[in-house]
Design a protein around this ligand. Structure first.
Ligand code: TYM
Length: 315
């Protein structure tokens, strides 16, 4: 039987954190055996945030090493960057022409930016259309993401349905895959872990950094259980075991944080070392990216040829 298709992406905007990993990237590794998996580096999406060539290059290479270090196997997974497949931006344009402004204005990301009175660039406004193109070009069945991306997958579904209604069946309707327990991984202050809130714990943190970040966790407590420490610890140990431990050490915040530091170091160290080893062979990593880009492009080109026919621009 043919494997189903899964696709997801990470923006190269800086060091990934535990929220990225537990909310999404860990699932990539788990799905790679059973799905035809596309792991994308969303560099054109990141262009909304990073407008410095050197930083962009460094971050792209960063996500590539991150993907390999967490255990994505390039023999099974197509690791590629969005900008290597120009069909993504081409299809995004076609989607723009069947999408209305009020519909895009409903996006949470747009509304957040508007609420902050930010000058909103067109790239931010159109973000969901480029993401719809990413997903739909590959006949994707499932999109493993954290819950903050749910609305974006809904945009992709709506856009596929709209195109199919207008031009005849062309796109599969993708499903988001969001794991309940890690849909929104909390940060050190209890809000969603996010680079923009400055409340992250980096996935590849060095021991000293782990210590610093954990000691900085806000210790609001319920019945002498520091809930933010517990919530992050819950990523690493079964709930029942953790409840027992936290009740036994109720009120001993420092001890509990020290336990979390130890558990995080145990969990992070092997991936961190693996990443360092991979960083010693940058040409090897770049070769993987090139090959992945070529493979993704072949698939996207085929789909684009069908789309161009459907809309009537191929003569
Ligand atoms: P990005 O780069 O912001 O985040 C990568 C993945 O991490 C998840 N995530 C979280 N999950 C749980 N708890 C958190 N605190 C948390 N923070 C981040 C995100 O949900 C995401 O799955 N738009 C996407 C990138 C993208 C994409 C795509 C994804 C571009 N094209 C096509 C899927 C399919 C983004 O900005 O992710």
């Amino acid at each position: 039987m043919e494997k189903k298709i899964a696709l997801s992406g990470v923006k190269p905007t800086g060091a990934p954190h535990l929220g990225n990993y537990f909310g999404a990237m860990k699932q990539f590794v788990e799905l790679q055996n059973d799905y035809e998996f596309y792991a994308m580096i969303a560099d054109y999406h990141a262009l909304n945030f990073i407008q410095n060539a050197e930083e962009m290059q460094k971050n792209i290479l960063g996500v590539l090493l991150d993907y390999l270090a967490i255990g994505l196997d390039p023999r099974k997974v197509t690791i590629f960057k969005q900008s290597d497949v120009p069909e993504h931006t081409e299809l995004a344009w076609i989607f723009d022409t069947i999408t209305t402004v009020p519909y895009l204005k409903r996006s949470h990301a747009f509304k957040d930016a508007e609420a902050k009175n930010k000058e909103i660039n067109v790239g931010t406004f159109n973000y969901p259309m480029l993401m719809a193109a990413d997903i739909l070009l590959y006949d994707t069945d499932i999109v493993p993401v954290g819950s903050d991306q749910k609305q974006h997958v809904e945009y992709a579904r709506d856009t596929a349905e709209k195109f199919n209604r207008l031009y005849g069946k062309t796109f599969k309707i993708p499903e988001p895959m969001i794991l309940k327990d890690v849909a929104t991984v909390p940060g050190t202050d209890g809000q969603k872990m996010s680079k923009s809130y400055g409340n992250t714990i980096p996935l590849f943190a060095e021991p000293e950094e782990i210590k610093k970040y954990v000691m900085g966790i806000v210790t609001d407590s319920v019945a002498s259980i520091p809930k933010n420490v517990f919530a992050i610890h819950a990523l690493l140990r079964p709930d029942k075991e953790l409840r027992f431990l936290y009740h036994a050490k109720a009120g001993k915040y420092k001890e509990l944080k020290e336990m979390l530091i130890e558990d995080l170091e145990k969990f992070i160290a092997p991936m961190r070392e693996q990443r360092k080893a991979l960083a010693r062979d940058i040409p090897g990593a770049l070769g993987i990216l090139k090959e992945g880009g070529e493979k993704a492009k072949r698939v996207a080109e085929r789909k684009m040829a069908e789309i161009r026919k459907k809309i009537g621009v191929s003569l």
